[in-house]
Design a protein around this ligand. Structure first.
Ligand code: AMP
Length: 300
């Protein structure tokens, strides 16, 4: 196993100006793992689902060669997120979050996962992220994502987890909320002092930035014309990024920049349809084509 992904595995009920879905396959770990699976097949998910989780969903994940040895199914309800996007769809409005079986989840990593070099702590209760970090102590590159809910309700536990990772992935609002600093660059610098070596800023239709002590790098979003559902954009960015790093096997300036491009391209496909409908249909040449076009539109 080379890449371990923890986070919500969810049923999503959501509406956007382009339509609506009920109890569709979603979750931070799901979106990240599917995106990463286009770059590596040595990955597994750590999470939990309830007995209401349709059998077709694990089947779909297995078809992407994602290992489910760390995904338990127990009696109870699967994590259920209800949300809505309006207008420019820049921000999701959460209508309801039902933690379900995640409420008492105590993750146990299968033996083969414990020496994985790459770990992605996708969005979920920070204590669960920390428990996974405890068990993946031999990992050399750990990335963490979160959201406004945990910044507001579990800041201390979240900062404890952030201290232990190499990179954090946040959007503009989240980093401002977490640090209390308005300037994004100063907010990123403040966060670098809290532990991680890299801050990855997701800026939606404006792309993504990488900030470290000595470096600032930015890529625009891939200009997709079709945006039907932004859910999972951030997770597929992170999944494409860590999947690409896993495939490269090392983290340096070049691999990080290429990984950001992979994340940008994966999220550009993700938003084109609801749930994972577009992403699971992707073919490798489509990804290569957008990577090439992104490179062409950013070099001068
Ligand atoms: P994003 O990439 O930020 O759009 O993440 C979307 C995914 O996050 C959805 O598929 C939801 O199931 C999941 N999600 C929403 N709220 C939470 C939460 N509080 N904790 C963990 N996952 C969540």
């Amino acid at each position: 196993m080379k890449l371990v992904i923890v986070g919500s595995v969810a049923l999503d009920t959501l509406a956007t100006p382009a339509g609506a879905v009920k109890r569709a396959l979603g979750g931070a770990a799901t979106h990240a793992a599917v995106a990463a699976s286009f770059f590596t097949d040595k990955l597994g998910i750590v999470g939990v689902v309830g007995d209401d989780f349709p059998a077709a969903f694990p089947k779909l994940l297995r078809s992407r060669k994602i290992d489910l040895g760390g995904l338990s199914q127990v009696t109870g309800k699967t994590f259920h997120w209800k949300g809505r996007y309006e207008g420019d769809m820049a921000v999701a409005k959460t209508l309801h979050t039902e933690l379900g079986v995640f409420a008492g989840f105590d993750p146990v990593l299968p033996a083969a996962y414990r020496s994985a070099p790459f770990v992605f702590c996708g969005n979920i209760v920070p204590e669960i992220q920390s428990k996974v970090l405890d068990q993946a102590s031999r990992s050399s590159f750990k990335v963490l994502d979160t959201m406004n809910l945990w910044i507001a309700t579990k800041k201390k536990a979240l900062l404890n987890a952030i201290k232990r990772v190499d990179a954090v992935v946040l959007n503009d609002q989240e980093i401002r909320q977490l640090t209390g600093v308005h300037s994004l660059i100063l907010a990123a610098k403040a966060l670098l002092k809290a532990g991680p070596r890299f801050v990855l800023l997701k800026r939606g239709e404006h792309g993504a930035s990488l900030i470290s002590k000595n470096e600032y790098f930015h890529l625009p979003a891939f200009p997709t014309e079709k945006v039907r559902d932004p859910t999972g954009a951030g997770d597929s960015f992170a999944g494409g990024l860590i999947g690409s790093l896993t495939a490269a096997g090392r983290v340096d300036k070049g691999t990080l920049r290429r990984a950001m491009a992979s994340g940008i391209v994966m999220s550009s496909f993700q938003v084109e349809d609801f749930s994972l409908w577009r992403t699971v249909k992707l073919k490798r040449p489509e990804i290569e084509n957008r990577l090439k076009r992104l490179r062409a539109m950013t070099s001068f």
